[in-house]
Design a protein around this ligand. Sequence first.
Ligand code: ATP
Ligand code: MG
Length: 375
Amino acid sequence: MTSPANPDLTRRLNAALAHVQDPELRRPITDLGMVADATAYDDGTAAVDVLLTIAGCPLRNTIVDDVTRAATAVDGIDSVDVTLDVMTPEQRKALKDQLTSRTVPFTQPNSLTRIIGVASGKGGVGKSSLTVNLACSMAAEGLRVGIVDADVHGFSVPSLMGITQAPTRVDEMILPPVAHGVKVISIGMFVEGNQPVVWRGPMLHRALEQFLTDVHFGDLDVLLLDLPPGTGDIAISVSQLLPESGLLVVTTPQSAAAEVAERAGAVASTTGQKVVGVVENMSWLELPDGSRMEPFGSGGGALLAGRLSEGLDADVPLLGSVPMEPRLREGGDAGTPLVVSDPESAAAQEIAAIARRLTHTPRGLAGMPLNVTPS
Ligand SMILES: Nc1ncnc2c1ncn2[C@@H]1O[C@H](COP(=O)(O)OP(=O)(O)OP(=O)(O)O)[C@@H](O)[C@H]1O
Ligand SMILES: [Mg+2]
């Protein structure tokens, strides 16, 4: 008598398995079609069916150990039964075709690019403004930075960065335009005028995938993704295409806004992503007499950081509070982000400090080969 399958636990099991690499191919076993089935049950047991590429795979024990470790690390799973099978010739051929096709360079095991998605629960809290300002600030510090405008329906990065030229194409490769030292790609560069992009899930996924595979960013230190508001298809696609990406959650100081933002951050627990921190935006407005007015209340950023830390059982810091700054909006309208046009302003200084906190924390070595052999 088996216990009923638990969908939420199963989702987390699969997210955990996405971090297990085939020891030889050095790619997640979930991407390689090596996980035929993975199910977790209400009683804390789990069953994982792994397909080996060849019958006598010399590294079968390593794979079993890694799968067992990843599965039992999931909160709620106590034991796992790993079954080994062998791929059919067709499955092996599909794998070979996949390995010889183009891949997302940022997910390669040796990639050192720090990938951060800028997320929020609701719209208009300043994700895009922060994305471009953080990127320009990092570029000014000498880092190699790219932005993927993942807000496919509501793209705004090209105009915020003052980019009007289209990307150059070289054969299958797309070269991203560079502005203020930052490489940028956006669906807005491919549509005529102000036409809406009326795509749904699969097309959105394909567009993002193409941005990540066909756009030649070269070696980047940081890749920022400007995400659409909320927890929709794109957030899921990003977590699948870039499982190592972290999330930066933006909120206003309003407590109701922080509650909505908490949902966006909590998605990380199902996708297995890390929330790298919270930024509070529009925290106050400095009046001509030097006093501060708080149009959206106060405390939302700290509240959200506390809730996410608790909910995700991880340290989610409040990385900074950015004041309201009319010149920030003007800079956006003019295509010159505030950190470039007015780097001395209080908002620009705070954004620069947040950028440093984001890039100066250790990136975390989870999933990185350390190239050491135990003696
Ligand atoms: N700190 C700030 N001071 C003044 N204006 C700001 C600030 N942050 C953002 N804004 C303004 O608020 C508006 C919304 O910002 P932005 O477009 O960056 O938000 P968003 O979260 O990306 O929105 P959407 O969810 O629609 O993509 C813009 O007009 C922007 O100029
Ligand atoms: Mg936006």
